[in-house]
Design a protein around this ligand. Structure first.
Ligand SMILES: Nc1ncnc2c1ncn2[C@@H]1O[C@H](COP(=O)(O)OP(=O)(O)O)[C@@H](O)[C@H]1O
Ligand SMILES: [Mg+2]
Length: 352
Protein backbone atom coordinates (compact mmCIF):
# COMPACT_ATOMS: atom_id res chain seq x y z
CA UNK A 1 0.00 0.00 0.00
CA UNK A 2 1.12 3.48 -0.75
CA UNK A 3 1.54 5.69 2.28
CA UNK A 4 0.41 9.25 1.59
CA UNK A 5 1.46 12.02 3.95
CA UNK A 6 -1.33 14.56 3.96
CA UNK A 7 -0.17 17.92 5.25
CA UNK A 8 -2.76 20.38 6.52
CA UNK A 9 -3.09 23.74 8.27
CA UNK A 10 -0.06 25.92 7.82
CA UNK A 11 1.26 29.33 8.56
CA UNK A 12 -0.98 31.20 6.15
CA UNK A 13 -4.12 33.29 6.00
CA UNK A 14 -5.74 30.27 4.43
CA UNK A 15 -5.18 27.93 7.38
CA UNK A 16 -8.93 27.34 7.85
CA UNK A 17 -9.44 26.69 4.17
CA UNK A 18 -6.68 24.11 4.26
CA UNK A 19 -8.40 22.29 7.14
CA UNK A 20 -11.60 21.96 5.10
CA UNK A 21 -9.70 20.94 1.96
CA UNK A 22 -7.67 18.36 3.87
CA UNK A 23 -10.77 16.91 5.52
CA UNK A 24 -12.29 16.34 2.09
CA UNK A 25 -9.15 14.78 0.67
CA UNK A 26 -8.85 12.49 3.71
CA UNK A 27 -12.46 11.35 3.42
CA UNK A 28 -12.35 10.90 -0.36
CA UNK A 29 -9.02 9.08 -0.74
CA UNK A 30 -9.47 5.39 -1.46
CA UNK A 31 -8.41 3.54 1.66
CA UNK A 32 -8.09 0.21 -0.10
CA UNK A 33 -5.18 1.70 -2.07
CA UNK A 34 -3.71 4.26 0.26
CA UNK A 35 -2.61 4.37 3.85
CA UNK A 36 -2.51 7.88 5.18
CA UNK A 37 -0.28 9.72 7.60
CA UNK A 38 -1.56 13.07 8.77
CA UNK A 39 0.78 15.96 9.35
CA UNK A 40 -0.56 19.15 10.86
CA UNK A 41 1.10 22.55 10.88
CA UNK A 42 -0.19 25.11 13.35
CA UNK A 43 -0.70 28.79 12.57
CA UNK A 44 2.57 29.41 14.44
CA UNK A 45 4.41 26.89 12.28
CA UNK A 46 4.74 23.92 14.65
CA UNK A 47 4.61 20.53 12.96
CA UNK A 48 2.99 17.40 14.29
CA UNK A 49 2.20 13.89 13.18
CA UNK A 50 -1.46 13.69 14.05
CA UNK A 51 -3.16 10.39 14.75
CA UNK A 52 -6.39 11.72 16.25
CA UNK A 53 -9.93 12.04 14.98
CA UNK A 54 -10.26 13.47 11.49
CA UNK A 55 -13.38 15.41 12.51
CA UNK A 56 -11.13 17.51 14.73
CA UNK A 57 -9.33 18.74 11.64
CA UNK A 58 -12.64 19.89 10.21
CA UNK A 59 -13.59 21.55 13.49
CA UNK A 60 -10.17 23.13 13.97
CA UNK A 61 -9.67 21.46 17.36
CA UNK A 62 -6.95 18.96 16.36
CA UNK A 63 -4.18 20.95 18.04
CA UNK A 64 -5.49 20.28 21.57
CA UNK A 65 -5.76 16.56 20.94
CA UNK A 66 -3.23 14.41 22.83
CA UNK A 67 -2.86 12.31 19.67
CA UNK A 68 -0.22 14.73 18.42
CA UNK A 69 3.42 13.97 18.14
CA UNK A 70 5.07 17.39 18.09
CA UNK A 71 8.53 18.25 16.87
CA UNK A 72 9.21 14.96 15.15
CA UNK A 73 12.35 14.66 13.08
CA UNK A 74 12.15 14.46 9.29
CA UNK A 75 15.21 12.28 9.12
CA UNK A 76 14.78 9.87 12.01
CA UNK A 77 11.04 9.59 12.72
CA UNK A 78 9.87 6.12 11.68
CA UNK A 79 6.33 7.23 10.84
CA UNK A 80 7.61 10.02 8.64
CA UNK A 81 10.15 7.77 6.94
CA UNK A 82 7.35 5.38 5.92
CA UNK A 83 5.60 8.05 3.88
CA UNK A 84 5.92 7.33 0.15
CA UNK A 85 4.56 10.61 -1.14
CA UNK A 86 3.66 13.92 0.45
CA UNK A 87 0.40 15.67 -0.39
CA UNK A 88 0.48 19.27 0.83
CA UNK A 89 -3.15 20.29 1.15
CA UNK A 90 -2.01 23.78 2.01
CA UNK A 91 -2.88 27.08 0.44
CA UNK A 92 -1.08 30.37 0.22
CA UNK A 93 2.13 31.39 1.94
CA UNK A 94 4.50 28.57 3.00
CA UNK A 95 2.29 25.99 1.29
CA UNK A 96 1.65 27.01 -2.25
CA UNK A 97 4.63 29.28 -2.78
CA UNK A 98 7.51 26.87 -3.27
CA UNK A 99 8.91 27.03 0.23
CA UNK A 100 7.56 23.69 1.45
CA UNK A 101 8.27 22.21 -1.98
CA UNK A 102 11.90 23.18 -1.40
CA UNK A 103 11.84 21.26 1.86
CA UNK A 104 10.46 18.17 0.08
CA UNK A 105 13.23 18.43 -2.50
CA UNK A 106 15.84 18.58 0.23
CA UNK A 107 14.28 15.56 1.93
CA UNK A 108 14.21 13.78 -1.45
CA UNK A 109 10.56 12.80 -0.99
CA UNK A 110 8.09 12.53 -3.85
CA UNK A 111 5.28 15.06 -3.55
CA UNK A 112 2.09 16.08 -5.22
CA UNK A 113 1.72 19.14 -7.42
CA UNK A 114 4.00 21.84 -8.70
CA UNK A 115 7.69 22.10 -7.96
CA UNK A 116 9.58 24.99 -6.41
CA UNK A 117 9.78 27.23 -9.47
CA UNK A 118 6.20 26.79 -10.65
CA UNK A 119 4.84 27.25 -7.16
CA UNK A 120 6.69 30.45 -6.44
CA UNK A 121 6.32 31.92 -9.94
CA UNK A 122 2.57 31.29 -9.88
CA UNK A 123 2.21 32.62 -6.36
CA UNK A 124 3.76 35.98 -7.16
CA UNK A 125 1.06 37.78 -9.11
CA UNK A 126 3.53 40.20 -10.67
CA UNK A 127 6.00 37.52 -11.79
CA UNK A 128 3.16 35.34 -13.07
CA UNK A 129 1.73 38.19 -15.16
CA UNK A 130 5.14 38.85 -16.72
CA UNK A 131 5.39 35.20 -17.69
CA UNK A 132 1.88 35.18 -19.16
CA UNK A 133 2.62 38.32 -21.17
CA UNK A 134 5.78 36.65 -22.51
CA UNK A 135 3.65 34.02 -24.27
CA UNK A 136 0.94 36.45 -25.40
CA UNK A 137 -1.68 35.57 -22.85
CA UNK A 138 -3.69 38.71 -22.09
CA UNK A 139 -3.72 39.99 -18.50
CA UNK A 140 -5.17 43.15 -16.99
CA UNK A 141 -2.78 46.11 -16.93
CA UNK A 142 -1.00 46.60 -13.65
CA UNK A 143 1.56 48.67 -11.80
CA UNK A 144 3.58 47.68 -8.76
CA UNK A 145 4.61 49.57 -5.67
CA UNK A 146 6.88 48.47 -2.89
CA UNK A 147 5.76 48.46 0.70
CA UNK A 148 8.30 51.19 1.42
CA UNK A 149 6.95 53.41 -1.35
CA UNK A 150 3.45 53.04 0.02
CA UNK A 151 4.38 53.64 3.63
CA UNK A 152 6.55 56.65 2.87
CA UNK A 153 4.19 58.37 0.41
CA UNK A 154 0.79 56.76 -0.05
CA UNK A 155 -0.54 59.81 -1.81
CA UNK A 156 2.12 59.68 -4.51
CA UNK A 157 1.39 55.99 -5.20
CA UNK A 158 -2.33 56.71 -5.36
CA UNK A 159 -1.64 59.52 -7.85
CA UNK A 160 0.40 57.23 -10.13
CA UNK A 161 -2.34 54.60 -10.03
CA UNK A 162 -4.99 57.23 -10.84
CA UNK A 163 -3.03 58.41 -13.86
CA UNK A 164 -2.84 54.88 -15.20
CA UNK A 165 -6.26 53.50 -14.46
CA UNK A 166 -8.64 55.96 -12.84
CA UNK A 167 -11.24 53.99 -10.84
CA UNK A 168 -12.21 51.40 -9.84
CA UNK A 169 -9.00 49.45 -9.29
CA UNK A 170 -7.98 46.32 -7.46
CA UNK A 171 -5.15 46.46 -4.95
CA UNK A 172 -3.41 43.20 -4.10
CA UNK A 173 -0.41 41.97 -2.18
CA UNK A 174 1.73 40.11 -4.75
CA UNK A 175 1.97 36.91 -2.73
CA UNK A 176 -1.28 36.11 -1.03
CA UNK A 177 -4.37 34.10 -1.78
CA UNK A 178 -8.03 33.78 -0.88
CA UNK A 179 -8.46 37.52 -1.39
CA UNK A 180 -6.59 38.28 1.85
CA UNK A 181 -5.38 41.89 1.77
CA UNK A 182 -7.21 42.55 -1.51
CA UNK A 183 -9.55 45.54 -1.91
CA UNK A 184 -11.45 47.20 -4.65
CA UNK A 185 -11.00 50.98 -4.50
CA UNK A 186 -13.53 53.38 -5.99
CA UNK A 187 -11.90 56.70 -5.05
CA UNK A 188 -8.68 58.26 -3.70
CA UNK A 189 -9.53 57.69 -0.06
CA UNK A 190 -10.37 54.02 -0.60
CA UNK A 191 -7.24 53.59 -2.70
CA UNK A 192 -5.02 54.94 0.06
CA UNK A 193 -6.64 52.61 2.58
CA UNK A 194 -6.34 49.70 0.17
CA UNK A 195 -2.63 50.35 -0.43
CA UNK A 196 -1.90 50.46 3.28
CA UNK A 197 -3.95 47.33 3.89
CA UNK A 198 -2.14 45.40 1.13
CA UNK A 199 1.22 46.62 2.47
CA UNK A 200 0.51 44.71 5.69
CA UNK A 201 0.85 41.48 3.76
CA UNK A 202 3.69 41.90 1.31
CA UNK A 203 6.61 44.02 0.23
CA UNK A 204 5.32 44.12 -3.36
CA UNK A 205 1.83 45.42 -4.08
CA UNK A 206 -0.07 45.40 -7.35
CA UNK A 207 -2.69 47.86 -8.49
CA UNK A 208 -4.65 46.76 -11.51
CA UNK A 209 -7.53 47.94 -13.58
CA UNK A 210 -10.85 46.51 -12.51
CA UNK A 211 -12.70 44.65 -15.23
CA UNK A 212 -16.46 44.28 -15.17
CA UNK A 213 -16.14 40.58 -15.66
CA UNK A 214 -17.40 37.06 -15.36
CA UNK A 215 -15.03 34.91 -13.35
CA UNK A 216 -14.28 31.82 -15.34
CA UNK A 217 -12.13 29.06 -13.88
CA UNK A 218 -10.66 25.96 -15.41
CA UNK A 219 -8.84 22.95 -14.00
CA UNK A 220 -5.67 21.45 -15.40
CA UNK A 221 -4.08 18.13 -14.61
CA UNK A 222 -0.87 16.59 -15.93
CA UNK A 223 2.89 16.76 -16.21
CA UNK A 224 3.61 16.69 -19.91
CA UNK A 225 0.29 15.79 -21.53
CA UNK A 226 -2.00 18.34 -19.98
CA UNK A 227 -5.71 17.64 -19.54
CA UNK A 228 -8.07 20.56 -19.12
CA UNK A 229 -11.58 20.44 -17.71
CA UNK A 230 -14.53 22.33 -19.06
CA UNK A 231 -14.60 25.90 -17.71
CA UNK A 232 -16.89 26.90 -14.85
CA UNK A 233 -18.15 30.28 -13.79
CA UNK A 234 -18.44 31.85 -10.35
CA UNK A 235 -21.16 34.32 -9.53
CA UNK A 236 -19.98 35.92 -6.27
CA UNK A 237 -22.54 37.02 -3.72
CA UNK A 238 -20.46 40.12 -2.91
CA UNK A 239 -19.19 42.93 -5.12
CA UNK A 240 -16.15 40.76 -5.78
CA UNK A 241 -15.07 37.31 -4.76
CA UNK A 242 -13.61 38.33 -1.39
CA UNK A 243 -12.62 36.08 1.49
CA UNK A 244 -16.07 36.16 3.02
CA UNK A 245 -17.80 35.32 -0.24
CA UNK A 246 -15.32 32.50 -0.82
CA UNK A 247 -15.54 30.71 2.47
CA UNK A 248 -18.01 32.18 4.93
CA UNK A 249 -21.13 32.92 2.96
CA UNK A 250 -20.01 30.48 0.28
CA UNK A 251 -23.44 28.99 -0.22
CA UNK A 252 -24.70 32.23 -1.73
CA UNK A 253 -22.00 32.41 -4.38
CA UNK A 254 -23.07 30.34 -7.32
CA UNK A 255 -20.98 28.03 -9.43
CA UNK A 256 -22.14 27.19 -12.93
CA UNK A 257 -20.50 24.24 -14.69
CA UNK A 258 -20.06 24.26 -17.61
CA UNK A 259 -19.73 28.01 -17.83
CA UNK A 260 -22.49 29.54 -19.98
CA UNK A 261 -20.02 31.24 -22.32
CA UNK A 262 -19.62 31.04 -26.10
CA UNK A 263 -17.88 27.92 -27.38
CA UNK A 264 -15.01 29.93 -28.89
CA UNK A 265 -14.39 31.71 -25.57
CA UNK A 266 -14.25 28.33 -23.81
CA UNK A 267 -11.81 26.98 -26.40
CA UNK A 268 -9.61 30.07 -26.15
CA UNK A 269 -9.57 29.75 -22.36
CA UNK A 270 -8.51 26.11 -22.59
CA UNK A 271 -5.67 27.05 -24.89
CA UNK A 272 -4.51 29.89 -22.62
CA UNK A 273 -4.73 27.58 -19.61
CA UNK A 274 -2.41 25.01 -21.18
CA UNK A 275 0.02 27.70 -22.24
CA UNK A 276 -0.03 29.33 -18.80
CA UNK A 277 0.59 26.03 -17.03
CA UNK A 278 3.53 25.38 -19.35
CA UNK A 279 5.09 28.83 -19.02
CA UNK A 280 5.19 28.63 -15.22
CA UNK A 281 6.62 25.06 -15.57
CA UNK A 282 3.57 23.60 -13.84
CA UNK A 283 3.31 19.93 -12.92
CA UNK A 284 0.49 17.94 -11.38
CA UNK A 285 -2.43 20.26 -11.01
CA UNK A 286 -3.57 23.86 -11.07
CA UNK A 287 -6.75 25.88 -11.27
CA UNK A 288 -6.46 28.77 -13.66
CA UNK A 289 -8.74 31.75 -13.22
CA UNK A 290 -9.84 34.12 -15.93
CA UNK A 291 -11.81 37.32 -16.12
CA UNK A 292 -14.09 37.60 -19.15
CA UNK A 293 -15.30 41.14 -19.71
CA UNK A 294 -19.06 41.46 -19.65
CA UNK A 295 -18.73 44.50 -21.92
CA UNK A 296 -16.29 43.35 -24.61
CA UNK A 297 -15.98 39.59 -24.15
CA UNK A 298 -12.21 40.05 -23.82
CA UNK A 299 -10.43 37.33 -21.87
CA UNK A 300 -7.80 38.09 -19.23
CA UNK A 301 -5.87 35.52 -17.27
CA UNK A 302 -6.21 36.59 -13.64
CA UNK A 303 -4.19 34.03 -11.74
CA UNK A 304 -3.01 30.47 -11.46
CA UNK A 305 -3.49 28.52 -8.25
CA UNK A 306 -1.09 25.63 -7.92
CA UNK A 307 -2.81 24.12 -4.87
CA UNK A 308 -6.46 24.91 -5.44
CA UNK A 309 -9.10 24.44 -2.75
CA UNK A 310 -10.66 21.07 -2.11
CA UNK A 311 -13.45 22.29 0.16
CA UNK A 312 -17.10 21.35 -0.34
CA UNK A 313 -17.69 24.44 -2.42
CA UNK A 314 -14.37 24.39 -4.25
CA UNK A 315 -14.33 24.68 -7.99
CA UNK A 316 -11.40 22.37 -8.76
CA UNK A 317 -12.94 19.02 -7.79
CA UNK A 318 -16.33 20.12 -9.12
CA UNK A 319 -14.83 20.94 -12.52
CA UNK A 320 -13.37 17.45 -12.74
CA UNK A 321 -16.56 15.83 -11.53
CA UNK A 322 -18.39 17.58 -14.38
CA UNK A 323 -15.72 16.30 -16.76
CA UNK A 324 -16.30 12.73 -15.55
CA UNK A 325 -13.49 12.38 -13.00
CA UNK A 326 -14.71 11.43 -9.52
CA UNK A 327 -13.10 12.76 -6.33
CA UNK A 328 -11.23 9.51 -5.49
CA UNK A 329 -10.08 9.18 -9.12
CA UNK A 330 -8.86 12.74 -9.10
CA UNK A 331 -6.79 12.17 -5.98
CA UNK A 332 -5.30 9.03 -7.48
CA UNK A 333 -4.36 10.85 -10.68
CA UNK A 334 -2.74 13.67 -8.72
CA UNK A 335 -0.73 11.20 -6.63
CA UNK A 336 0.38 9.27 -9.71
CA UNK A 337 1.52 12.50 -11.35
CA UNK A 338 3.58 13.26 -8.26
CA UNK A 339 5.37 9.90 -8.53
CA UNK A 340 5.83 10.36 -12.27
CA UNK A 341 7.49 13.74 -11.76
CA UNK A 342 9.74 12.37 -9.02
CA UNK A 343 10.81 9.38 -11.11
CA UNK A 344 11.55 11.55 -14.14
CA UNK A 345 13.75 13.81 -12.06
CA UNK A 346 15.49 10.86 -10.48
CA UNK A 347 17.00 10.07 -13.84
CA UNK A 348 18.75 13.44 -13.88
CA UNK A 349 22.39 13.80 -13.06
CA UNK A 350 23.54 16.40 -10.60
CA UNK A 351 27.24 15.82 -11.08
CA UNK A 352 29.24 15.27 -14.24
N1 LIG B 1 -8.70 43.17 -12.26
C1 LIG B 1 -9.81 42.70 -11.69
N2 LIG B 1 -11.04 43.04 -12.17
C2 LIG B 1 -12.16 42.59 -11.59
N3 LIG B 1 -12.19 41.78 -10.51
C3 LIG B 1 -11.00 41.41 -9.97
C4 LIG B 1 -9.76 41.85 -10.52
N4 LIG B 1 -8.77 41.33 -9.79
C5 LIG B 1 -9.36 40.63 -8.80
N5 LIG B 1 -10.69 40.66 -8.89
C6 LIG B 1 -11.65 40.06 -7.93
O1 LIG B 1 -10.97 39.80 -6.71
C7 LIG B 1 -10.93 38.40 -6.42
C8 LIG B 1 -9.61 38.01 -5.78
O2 LIG B 1 -8.52 38.39 -6.63
P1 LIG B 1 -7.43 37.34 -7.08
O3 LIG B 1 -6.47 38.04 -7.97
O4 LIG B 1 -8.10 36.15 -7.63
O5 LIG B 1 -6.68 37.00 -5.73
P2 LIG B 1 -6.60 35.68 -4.80
O6 LIG B 1 -5.26 35.10 -5.07
O7 LIG B 1 -6.69 36.20 -3.42
O8 LIG B 1 -7.72 34.77 -5.19
C9 LIG B 1 -11.21 37.74 -7.77
O9 LIG B 1 -11.78 36.46 -7.59
C10 LIG B 1 -12.18 38.73 -8.39
O10 LIG B 1 -13.48 38.61 -7.82
MG1 LIG C 1 -8.40 34.20 -6.99
Amino acid sequence: MINVGIIFGGRSGEHEVSLQSAYNVITAIERSKYEITLIGITREGRWSIYSGDVEKIKNDTWEEDPANSWDFSFTSDETFKKIDILFPVLHGTFGEDGTIQGLFEMLDKPYVGCGVLASSAAMDKDTAKRLFVSVDIPVTDWVIFTRNEILSDTDRCAGISEEHFGYPVFVKPANMGSSVGISKAHDRRELQEALKEAALYDIKILVEKAVNAHEVEIAVLGNTDIEVSCPGIIVPCHEFYDYEAKYLTGDDSKILIPAPIPEETAEQIKEYAKKAFAVVCGTGLSRIDFLVSKDTGNIYLNEINTLPGFTNISMYPQLWAASGVSYPELIEKIINLGFERYNQRRELRYVK
